[in-house]
Design a protein around this ligand. Structure first.
Ligand SMILES: Cc1ncc(COP(=O)(O)O)c(C=O)c1O
Length: 450
């Protein structure tokens, strides 16, 4: 029997059952494994979650962008069950299976670039990022990698080096790869001087090109790795001049362009990959998160000459491209295509952005609303003029949302941005209800500030 609270009703957190599991968690799981909510799930479907105390929630976090097609999509669940009855694992290096090669073919087909491609399947986003760098270094024979401020590429040692957030992603874990060079991302809302978006994009590109004379020669740079839209760093959409300029630098100096689409890809922006909005074709694209529809999977998709430059045995892993994950991914892509989720991402994104723009007119705590399809960020500031980040207030808004049944996810180096990553299968009344809860929380916090 459901004894918990419905979405919209206030609940005490943690609930009774959650409190007992929380004490186990605190005893046996290190505190470094962070949580955003004292909630333990019992089941999820679409955009709805029920916790172990029977409370219901609308999910605007989607397991950090993993559930673009929602919790437990029927087609994905049946593909997993069917596969689980046949075989769970062989290791692709030991025995091959059809779903690995079919998925590789499909990914080559649906990624940008009208050239032959090859695909390596891996487990996590970080592992895909690491492999993209390995391949780029092997192909070019160069060691330098250009990454950006506010970037997030993962938590393994090389990926952590590429990541640009000290506390607590990198704190105390160095040293990092000496080939990594870092430059400003065209985060136009926080441009350090008065400029237009286009000019700032061009300025950021110029900074890199200038550095070839002062930091590291272009001939030493293997790749530029960039998130077409910043994820963890604050859901920042750069001007087109930025990404086009990076592509131009790559072309001029024989550098490879790696697009990290781990968070921005798989239909979230209204195109399969965010980079398509900028009409830029990467040499290598890395995907993960929503690729497996909830299962563990990542991929490195690249030009065939680049991917095939690695010697036999230079790539792989025990679990990479697990057969259960591969069938889940094939189904996930089919769902996105057949259910027209790209159109839906645009429609839902417009509803959400319109509501947020309306809120921005009323509540000074909202400094910026930005989005591409259903990849939407709201940046909270303590003062619109100085743009001082409202980190504490963002935390209070998040807590009020949780207590009324809405799960939201912060981002930005100072955690003052909300990323609204609802599953693209969310019903419109669920989306509106979630936005009502969010507005109420923003209103309360905004009133307390003034
Ligand atoms: C853009 C981007 N790259 C890489 C990663 C790392 O992925 P994983 O956590 O699966 O290693 C993430 C995770 O948030 C990400 O958002």
């Amino acid at each position: 029997m459901n004894k918990g609270k419905k979405v919209g009703e206030e609940r005490a957190l943690p609930g009774e059952q959650a409190a007992s599991l929380l004490s186990l968690r605190n005893e046996y799981v290190p505190k470094g494994v962070f949580q955003i909510a004292p909630i333990f799930i019992s089941k999820g479907k679409g955009a709805l979650i029920e916790d172990v105390d029977g409370n219901e929630y609308i999910d605007f976090a989607a397991g950090i962008s993993v559930l673009n097609i929602g919790h437990c999509h029927d087609k994905v669940v049946s593909a997993i069950k069917e596969q689980a009855d046949k075989y769970l694992h062989t290791c692709f290096h030991v025995l091959m299976y059809e779903s690995y090669v079919k998925l590789a073919e499909k990914l080559a087909e649906i990624t940008p670039g009208n050239f032959p491609k090859q695909v390596l399947l891996t487990n996590s986003g970080a592992e895909a990022v690491e492999n993209s760098v390995k391949v780029a270094r092997r192909y070019t024979g160069r060691y330098g990698i250009i990454a950006f401020e506010h970037a997030f590429h993962g938590r393994t040692t090389l990926a952590m080096g590429l990541t640009s957030q000290v506390k607590y992603y990198k704190y105390g874990f160095g040293p990092f790869d000496p080939g990594i060079q870092r430059f400003p991302y065209a985060y136009t809302y926080r441009a350090p001087f008065k400029t237009t978006d286009a000019e700032y994009g061009e300025y950021c590109v110029r900074t890199i090109e200038d550095s070839f004379k002062t930091y590291m020669p272009a001939e030493a740079i293997a790749a530029i790795i960039v998130e077409p839209v910043l994820g963890e760093g604050g859901y920042v959409i750069p001007p087109v001049e930025f990404l086009k300029g990076l592509r131009r630098i790559c072309d001029d100096y024989g550098i490879l362009f790696i697009a990290d689409e781990i968070q921005s890809g798989m239909g979230r922006t209204g195109k399969m990959w965010a980079i398509e909005h900028f009409e830029v074709v990467p040499d290598i694209l890395v995907a993960a998160k929503s690729l497996g529809g909830g299962m563990v999977l990542s991929a490195v998709i690249g030009r065939r000459d680049i991917m095939d430059s690695v010697d036999i045995g230079g790539l792989g892993s025990t679990f990479g491209g697990n057969p259960v994950s591969c069938v889940a991914a094939l189904q996930t892509i089919e769902v996105i295509e057949q259910d027209k989720l790209l159109d839906r991402a645009i429609k839902l994104g417009k509803i959400t952005k319109d509501r947020l723009e309306g809120m921005k007119e009323k509540y000074g705590v909202i400094g910026d609303v930005r989005g591409l399809g259903s990849l939407i960020g709201v940046e909270f500031v303590a003062d619109r003029k100085t743009k001082e980040p409202a980190t504490k207030e963002a935390g209070e808004i998040r807590q009020k949302c949780l207590e009324h049944g809405l799960i939201t996810m912060p981002c930005g180096v100072l955690h003052n941005v909300f990323r609204l990553i609802f599953p693209l299968v969310i019903k419109e009344d669920e989306l509106e209800k979630g936005l009502d809860i969010l507005e109420e929380a923003i209103k309360e916090v905004d009133q307390a500030m003034s």
